[in-house]
Design a protein around this ligand. Structure first.
Ligand code: A3D
Length: 320
């Protein structure tokens, strides 16, 4: 059986980490793509030279030519720029929208059967635009945010409860950003929901509220520490979990920015919801019952995503 092919569009901090993780896990052969001449080639060579030490077989190639992603099974998109001081959200939106147009066209021409995972920010708008520009089926284009956001929530909860992260499950829904919705009622330690753990005296509502707040600002906390960029280890690990579920048809239930067609009362938007990811891409959107507070928070999140899409449509008339 031929090896799978994984194309990483964008070879910056997350792109390089994705390549290393995918190679170590032998998920397939890897193409690192970037417009920055030398970066994808240099990273491909560097990671390939770790192979003999760590005993992994993966061919790695760096490229600035879209024909090299030909026939890719998975494309993970991190191409774009991050917000710099003095840059408005709309400036960023305008720049990354143009990047999504070129990436979408590249994927459409060379990897139309791929499962595409978008990571570029602002996530919920960029994954929508990437799908529009690529023309791929909606179930084959998703955004990565929920796996990362819920991993952050799980990490903080495991610290709070002094238990293994393995036994903490958590769901974070909604858009990626300040309006994300960590759902406390569906977050558990070995199946015991957090409200029950509070009743058992393991924590207090106030402490859980503080964890929810810290999770919402989880990306910003790391930006403030790093100063020169944003998180990349956990974002890359999260996208690899999604790619692996597709490549191995694992049918994992993972929160992803998925295209909604009426679920949760939302139509034709990408928003973070639990999904079954398998060989067919997004095989199912899981519609969980939300309480009134989570519902209201989810709506705030949906409205924020809608606002971003309106801005995209104003910048690029072809999306209207
Ligand atoms: P960075 O290290 O700057 O890498 C981005 C790469 O994209 C650079 O190497 C650029 O040369 C390249 N690039 C720019 N334009 C193009 C183009 N047109 N075609 C191909 N490549 C291009 O950033 P990063 O890897 O740290 O982050 C990448 C993106 O992920 C950013 O938009 C971040 O904001 C975003 N991000 C999202 C999350 C989520 O949870 C959604 C988390 C962390 C970062």
């Amino acid at each position: 059986m031929a090896r799978k092919k994984i194309a990483l569009i964008g070879s910056g901090m997350i792109g390089g980490t994705l390549a290393h993780l995918a190679a170590m896990r032998e998920l397939g052969d890897i193409v690192l793509f970037d417009i920055a001449e030398g970066i994808p080639q240099g990273k491909a060579l560097d990671i390939a030279q770790a192979g003999p030490v760590d005993d992994f077989d993966a061919n790695l190639k760096g490229s600035s030519d879209y024909s090299d992603i030909e026939g890719a099974d998975v494309c993970i998109v991190t191409a774009g720029v991050a917000r710099k001081p003095g840059m408005s959200r709309d400036d960023l939106l305008g720049i990354n929208l143009k990047v999504m147009k070129s990436v979408g066209e590249g994927i459409k021409a060379h990897a139309p059967n791929a499962f595409v995972i978008c990571i570029t920010n602002p996530l919920d708008a960029m994954v929508w635009a990437l799908r529009e520009f690529s023309g791929l089926p909606h179930n084959m284009v998703v955004g990565m945010a929920g796996v990362l956001d819920s991993a952050r929530f799980r990490h903080f909860l495991a610290e709070e409860f002094q238990v293994s992260v393995e036994d903490v499950t958590a769901f974070v829904l909604g858009g990626h950003g300040d309006t994300m919705v960590p759902v406390v009622e569906y977050s558990t330690v070995a199946g015991v929901p957090i409200p029950d753990l509070i009743k058992m005296g393991w924590s207090t509502k106030e402490r859980i509220d503080a964890i929810v707040k810290r999770t919402r600002g989880g990306g910003g906390e790391i930006v403030a520490l790093l100063k020169t960029g944003s998180a990349y280890y956990a974002p890359a690990t999260s996208a690899i979990a999604m790619a692996e579920s597709f490549l191995k048809d694992k049918n994992r239930v993972l929160p992803c920015a998925a295209h909604l067609t009426g679920q949760y009362g939302v139509d034709n938007l990408y928003v973070g919801v639990p999904c079954v990811l398998g060989a067919g891409g997004v095989e199912k959107v899981v519609e969980i019952e939300l309480n009134a507070e989570a519902k209201a928070n989810f709506q705030v999140s949906v409205d924020a995503v809608k606002e971003l899409l309106d801005a995209c449509k104003q910048i690029d008339g072809s999306l209207a």
